[in-house]
Design a protein around this ligand. Structure first.
Ligand SMILES: NC(=O)c1ccc[n+]([C@@H]2O[C@H](COP(=O)([O-])OP(=O)(O)OC[C@H]3O[C@@H](n4cnc5c(N)ncnc54)[C@H](O)[C@@H]3O)[C@@H](O)[C@H]2O)c1
Length: 337
């Protein structure tokens, strides 16, 4: 389809996160939601009616719709590899919600398929697109804090997922907390340090209940070949449940850049003094930026954000973190493909 015409988007799985994508799409002129599907056909019909697009009860029907040029997969983690391969085999560009796949092999299989077919493959590492994450990266790129040596990412809260039946709580379906939420923050750490992680050591707790099969409280310690390191802490087990705590800190050889939960914005301090960046923090802008980058990749071959190699590496780290939790030791991570 020629440029200037909105890219026709189909969404597979219209649960929680699909709402954020649909809200962003409503504000875009470069892309348009043309179809949705869900195994819950009634839900697909309801969303299709509200969004004035086609609604299907199967992915096959959605992929057979010629108006669909690109697909956002918003289904549970265990479906990603098979659905991703199916979308690409149908010749559609793919924005896969994180994680790219449940296993390093699966992630590579989807990436290889996209490359072989010359289709855009983006992965929904939405935290790369927040105002605060981008501001921190800008400070690093400007050389203001020298070479990054240590990253601390803390994203703690007290909300348990929708209920005890939620797929997220089943490690067979979500891949565990490292792969589910942890993948966001290990990706940030590696991005800010500027190199792939080479090792991970993780400890976790079942803070909400011993009956939990995933570690709702999780700390992942990353090592890097340069000697840099990172501590990535994520929790859904805080008390009270309404508690929320955020810290994003990068310590460099010449200064520190940090964002904490009660800060007005991002702060950088160096020998030259303190600089503050105002951050509005609109969540809506995060998905808009993510989708705009995806549309540019689908339309004109622009590089996806993050690069596919980084999305694969994030799966490598997360899978190694789960192995570390099981085995109680540091796990080496291979070099990215
Ligand atoms: N980027 C982010 O910040 C972020 C936040 C939340 C979730 N996610 C990711 O988004 C994905 C979806 O999470 P969610 O919280 O929206 O889940 P959800 O359970 O709310 O919604 C999933 C939907 O997919 C449907 N579905 C399941 N299997 C399907 C299939 N084979 N074909 C079609 N539809 C199917 C379900 O019926 C449901 O409506 C997950 O991969 C999750 O990791 C990303």
């Amino acid at each position: 389809m020629e440029h200037g015409t909105p890219l026709g988007i189909g969404i597979v799985g219209v649960g929680g996160i699909a709402l954020s994508h649909m809200a962003a799409l409503r504000t875009m002129t470069s892309a348009q939601l043309v179809a949705v599907c869900d195994v819950d056909a009634a839900r697909a019909a309801e969303v299709a009616h509200a969004e004035r697009c086609a609604g299907y009860g199967s992915v096959e029907a959605l992929l057979a719709d010629d108006a669909v040029e690109a697909v956002i997969v918003c289904t549970p983690n265990m479906t990603h590899e098979a659905l991703g391969l199916q979308v690409l085999a149908a010749g559609k560009h793919l924005l896969m919600e994180k994680p790219l796949a449940m296993t390093p092999e699966g992630a590579r299989a989807v990436a290889d398929e996209a490359a072989a077919r010359g289709l855009a493959l983006a992965v929904g590492h939405s935290h790369r697109f927040t105002d605060q994450s981008l501001a921190i990266r800008e400070v690093i790129d400007a050389g203001e804090i020298g070479t990054p040596r240590f990253v601390r990412v803390v994203m703690n809260g007290g909300w348990i997922w929708p209920g005890w039946q939620a797929w997220v709580l089943n490690p067979e379906l979500s891949g565990g907390h490292s792969l589910h939420n942890g993948i966001h923050i290990v990706d940030l750490a590696s991005w800010w340090i500027g190199e792939p992680a080479t090792s991970v050591f993780s400890v976790g707790q079942h803070a909400t209940s011993e009956a939990l099969e995933i570690h709702d409280y999780l700390v992942m310690e990353l090592g890097f070949a340069s000697g840099a390191s990172a501590v990535c802490e994520i929790s859904r087990g805080e008390r009270p449940r309404s508690a929320g705590y955020l810290e994003l800190t990068v310590v460099g050889t010449a200064g520190v850049v940090s964002r904490t939960w009660d800060a007005e914005g991002v702060l950088a301090w160096t020998d030259a003094g303190l600089t503050a960046w105002d951050i509005e923090g609109s969540a809506a802008r995060v998905f808009l930026r993510e989708l705009e980058a995806f549309v540019a990749a689908a339309r004109s071959g622009a590089e996806v954000i993050p690069p596919v190699s980084a999305a694969i590496h994030a799966v490598d780290i997360a899978a190694a973190s789960e192995a570390s939790l099981r085995e109680g030791r540091t796990i080496a991570i291979g070099a990215p493909a």
